[in-house]
Each structure stands twice: as structure tokens, then as C-alpha cells.
Write a protein that binds this ligand. Structure first.
Ligand code: ADP
Ligand code: MG
Length: 261
């Protein structure tokens, strides 16, 4: 758990929350075998929201966001993403995967491909975009995450922070409408955490709908419009950051905050 000082004052003026629903989760439950990992999850996310999901290790944060793009399957209740219900219909899964980008703690770049190739692989082979156009798009996003000069290097030649920014750029190349982050800075040193957070802040300032599992409470305070606290597979409490941090309601939230702040 940490609170890295952000480089600059965050400009929240463009971070508008629309009244259009992006994700609707109703009475969702999931089991791993007999273990009831997610219990009656109800969550509605509007376009433009920046949600931070916090909670102790093992509380189900990763499982929840992995269910949103069907990396994990839920067994009861509904998940609707951008109007499409997540069911076993493979067509729907493809549609949702193309609309929902995901960035993991470990960057999962292909080590034998250059940075540029990592960014163009899915657009060329999944989206059938012509190579030249895919490369132009990739360069655009590599410029955005401030590493265009690394395009022809391999992941192993980059720092952890640079690799994570490539992973973000690679997701953006699929033109997602929603971005999911699962502890994107947990494996990084403080200096690198800052550069990755800066990239995430920039995305938020451009209006991206984001769900972020993160222990970076500075980011939660400055960027999130809502913090969700999970414990033992349930959403225990949610609130706007000020209230969440200064006036937690539940004992479990108070205990969690007392341990981290
Ligand atoms: P968090 O991200 O909050 O740390 P996770 O969603 O990773 O929590 O895990 C929630 C619980 O589910 C933990 O008890 C974990 O051990 C368990 N779990 C996670 N993945 C699996 C799996 N593939 N099979 C069985 N149990 C799992
Ligand atoms: Mg996790």
C-alpha cells in the first residue's frame, strides 16, 4: 500500500461522467469449485467514471474485473457491457474483448516481438487492420505514453515502467471504450510507478471509463470519482473518495484504512 505523490495537480475539468451506463452487473455470483468467491455483486458503471477498487488480498478484486471481460466466467446473475450481455455466446465475448482493454500487474508483453509488433499483433490479426494503418496507430499511442523511440526494441530492453506503458499503449491500439487495470503498478519501483500513474491520469483526463484495482491511494483521491471497497467476495462499501477516506462507514473499511493510511 502506498501513497506516491503525483507529479502535478490533476485536471478534473474534462472528467465528465455521462448518464449512459457502460457496465451493469446485477446479482452476480461466482464460485471456484465450491468456493463462493463473488457474492451478490451489484455494480453500475457510467461512461466516464474512474473507479478504484480497493480491499484486502484475496477479497475478489481481480476475479471481479476478470469477469467483466470474461477472462473468468460467472455462474449466476448478469453482466452487461455496453449493452451486450456476457453469456456463453462467443460472438458476444469477441465484441466485449474488443471494447474492454485490460492491463495486468505483469505486463504480459511477447518477449520475442518488438514493442511495435506487440502493439500491432492484435489489430492486424484480430481486427484485420492493414499493417501500415496498425503501425501508424501504434506509433500514435506509443507517442502518447511517451516512448515512441523504443518502438523497435524488445520488451527485455525496457524498464518495468516502460514495459507497462507499452502494455497500456497496446491495449489502446484496440480502441477500447473501457479500460480495466489490475494492480498495474504493484511490480514497479516508485519512480516507475509515477510514470505509469501519469499515463493513467492522462487517460482519465481524456474521459476514458476506467476500473482500477490499485493500492495507490493518491491516485484514488485525485482521479477516482468513486472508490469501491471489497472484502470476502462482497462490495462492502462505496463512496466518492473524500467520504470514503474521511468517513468510512463499515468496520471492515475502517480496519482496512487504519492499516494502510
Ligand atoms: P484479490 O485480487 O482481491 O487479491 P482474487 O480475485 O485474486 O482476489 O482471489 C479471490 C479468492 O479466490 C482468493 O481466495 C483466491 O485464492 C481465490 N482464487 C483466485 N483465483 C482462483 C482460481 N483460479 N481457482 C481457485 N481459487 C481462486
Ligand atoms: Mg488481485
Amino acid at each position: 500500500m502506498s501513497e506516491i505523490a503525483l507529479e502535478r495537480e490533476v485536471d478534473r475539468s474534462h472528467m465528465q461522467v455521462s448518464d449512459k451506463v457502460a457496465i451493469q452487473i446485477s446479482h452476480m455470483n461466482k464460485w471456484y469449485g465450491t468456493f463462493h468467491v463473488l457474492r451478490d455483486i451489484n455494480l453500475s458503471v457510467n461512461e466516464g467514471e474512474r473507479i478504484v477498487i480497493a480491499g484486502p488480498s484475496g477479497s475478489g478484486k481481480s476475479t471481479l474485473i476478470r469477469c467483466i471481460n470474461r477472462l473468468e466466467e460467472h455462474q449466476a446473475g448478469d453482466i452487461v457491457v455496453d449493452g451486450t450481455e456476457l453469456s456463453s455466446d462467443l460472438k458476444n465475448i469477441d465484441k466485449i474483448r474488443s471494447e474492454v482493454g485490460m492491463v495486468f500487474q505483469h505486463f504480459n508483453l511477447f518477449p520475442h516481438l518488438t514493442i511495435l509488433e506487440n502493439c500491432t499483433l492484435a489489430p492486424i490479426w484480430v481486427r484485420k487492420i492493414p499493417r501500415k494503418e496498425a503501425e501508424e496507430t501504434a506509433m500514435h499511442f506509443l507517442e502518447k505514453v511517451k516512448i515512441p523511440e523504443q518502438a523497435h526494441k524488445y520488451p527485455g530492453q525496457l524498464s518495468g515502467g516502460q514495459q507497462q506503458r507499452v502494455a497500456i499503449a497496446r491495449s489502446l491500439c484496440m480502441m477500447p471504450r473501457i479500460m480495466l487495470f489490475d494492480e498495474p503498478t504493484s511490480a514497479l519501483d516508485p519512480e516507475m510507478i509515477k510514470e505509469v500513474l501519469e499515463t493513467m491520469i492522462q487517460l482519465a483526463e481524456e474521459g476514458m471509463t476506467m476500473l482500477c484495482v490499485t493500492h495507490e491511494m493518491g491516485f484514488a483521491k485525485q482521479v477516482a470519482n468513486r472508490v469501491i471497497f471489497m472484502d470476502q467476495g462482497q462490495i462492502v462499501e462505496q463512496n466518492e473518495p473524500n467520504e470514503f477516506f474521511n468517513n468510512p462507514q463499515h468496520e471492515r473499511t475502517k480496519l482496512f484504512l487504519s492499516q494502510i493510511l
